[in-house]
Design a protein around this ligand. Structure first.
Ligand code: OFO
Length: 177
């Protein structure tokens, strides 16, 4: 089975997008770690690893369909952030953009009658639904705890708990949020 050049190029763009997400979240994790927010840092490090896995899945898929996966040049992510609340808002917004990008890939796969790629992308549709739901949960919890300086300790504990739930869900194949 051979993939079209157009579909191959679009999937290579997605590789870059997922790779950037991995580095973006890693940068956020490092910032949190530096501020002593280890629960948030653990959460974001796990998200960063997940994004790398999303990227590598596309490498494997392109190889399976006789395409060529291009190792991306990753643009530099921001290294400074205003607040933990701002970080998770940015993660949520980024995930919404990734969802739109996956939707566009499916539209292209449909136009090209590329049934293999449509099926491959279904995994990403489910993943994005779960990721967006998880990020909304994070933002809801942060809002409920409040945003005074003394709230940071409780936010960090809560995000750590959500991280542990996400890890447990990964091992049992369930959902974190
Ligand atoms: Fe791979 O972008 Fe979300 O999970």
């Amino acid at each position: 089975m051979m993939i079209s050049k157009k579909m191959e190029a679009a999937l290579n763009q997605q590789i870059e997008f997922e790779g950037y997400a991995s580095f973006f979240y890693l940068s956020m994790a490092t910032w949190c770690d530096h501020k002593g927010l280890h629960g948030c840092s653990n959460f974001l490090n796990r998200q960063s690893e997940e994004e790398r896995m999303h990227m590598l899945k596309i490498f494997q898929y392109l190889s399976d369909v006789d395409g060529f996966a291009e190792t991306p040049g990753i643009k530099e992510p921001p290294r400074q952030f205003d607040s933990v609340q701002g970080i998770f808002k940015q993660v949520y917004e980024h995930e919404q953009k990734v969802t739109q990008s996956i939707n566009k890939l499916i539209t292209l796969a449909n136009k090209e009658n590329d049934y293999a790629t449509q099926t491959f992308l279904q995994w990403y549709v489910n993943e994005q639904r779960e990721e967006e739901a998880l990020m909304r949960t994070v933002l809801d919890r942060i809002r409920l705890i409040g945003d005074g300086p003394q709230c940071l300790y409780f936010i960090d504990k809560e995000i750590e708990a959500l991280n542990k739930a996400a890890v447990a869900a990964e091992t049992t194949g369930g959902k974190a949020a």
